[in-house]
Design a protein around this ligand. Sequence first.
Ligand SMILES: Cc1cc2nc3c(=O)[nH]c(=O)nc-3n(C[C@H](O)[C@H](O)[C@H](O)COP(=O)(O)OP(=O)(O)OC[C@H]3O[C@@H](n4cnc5c(N)ncnc54)[C@H](O)[C@@H]3O)c2cc1C
Length: 368
Amino acid sequence: MGASCAYHLALAGARDVVLLEREDYFGQGATGRCAGGVRYQFATEVNVRLSIASLGMIERFKEETGQDPSYRQCGYLFVLTNPDDVPAFEANVAMQRRLGVDVEWMSGDEVRRRVPVMRFDDALAGTYHAKDGLADPNSIVMGYIDAAKRLGVKAMTGVEVSGFRLKDGRIAAVETSAGTINCDQVINAAGPWAGLVARMAGVEVPIVPVRRQMLTTTPLPNLPHDFPFVIDFAQSLYFHREGEGILTGMSNPAEDPGFDQSIDAEWEIVAIQAAAERLPMLENAGRLSHWAGLYEVTRDAHPIFGRTPVEGLWIVAGFSGHGFMHGPISGKLMAEFVLQGESKTVDVSQLDLARFAEGRLIREYNVV
Ligand SMILES: Cc1cc2nc3c(=O)[nH]c(=O)nc-3n(C[C@H](O)[C@H](O)[C@H](O)COP(=O)(O)OP(=O)(O)OC[C@H]3O[C@@H](n4cnc5c(N)ncnc54)[C@H](O)[C@@H]3O)c2cc1C
């Protein structure tokens, strides 16, 4: 989010843009730990509209920034085994098609034929969209940062934001580990840590960090080349091809909120067993790597865009585990907010911070 904001601000003509990252490298937060999935298949219009805008930007990313984002349209297959999910997905697909997203509805048999290497005897139905897929998080982050630098942005690592100076209720400066920066506009794009950063200015932002983890396997020679991104929706269990092997993860519904990013070894065993039941060839695979990262969860699983009660302090955070794919458009929207006062390309006015206090939450169903 930060990289995209900095680039789009500079592209729109803003001068004196500074991007601050406390780690030694950019993209070590949630973005660098994510699964790289990009999809149009969401349950709310605003999320589908964000995807239409953002994935189009990923398609044109190399042309725009010079960096190849490794966008691979392998398709996303949501597999439904819980009868309650079927009508909800039917309604979602109708809405997605109305917005021009050509999602395919599949019977249980069609699901089984699409992924014959998986065991889905209990599949009731599925949805498939061929243009969903994968992109490389590091390429997108560094593509934006390099392009932003060419436009004059100062992008700094190893600099931690520690506080804000306010004057008459307005932002007057940011305090950092490298000194004070006088400014009158700040975008809080601190991902899972955005609530902590907002609190430094006395603003409460309801974003909760929740650990999620995944692993990759050694090569699986029998894995078909057209293997899609598969989501066993009822179990929040997912698979996609990663090199010659598989990347798989399963969300632990009992995970307590917190900033711990160490691997939960017990949950890993639960997840591997569930994965091997769906994809039996995993019984012969080794683990190549594993890691954990933080989802940045809001109560309605939608992000927060725009103003805060402190004049000059903006926020773009809380994407609830599907924000990598919306990074490109979100930075553009934030540049519109800061420079023109409102979002133009996609109307995200309903995703403001005030919705939590005013009870205007809208629920996203397709959360993995
Ligand atoms: C396991 C996992 C799988 C995921 N899979 C997907 C997926 O397939 N597709 C998808 O679209 N999304 C996915 N996500 C979600 C996605 O990663 C996030 O929604 C997105 O990366 C959020 O981006 P961000 O820029 O808001 O946060 P981040 O990438 O976390 O960036 C915030 C940055 O702020 C820095 N920071 C924090 N505090 C300070 C401070 N005080 N001073 C200076 N810097 C600070 C952090 O170091 C960090 O680099 C996944 C997330 C996880 C954890």
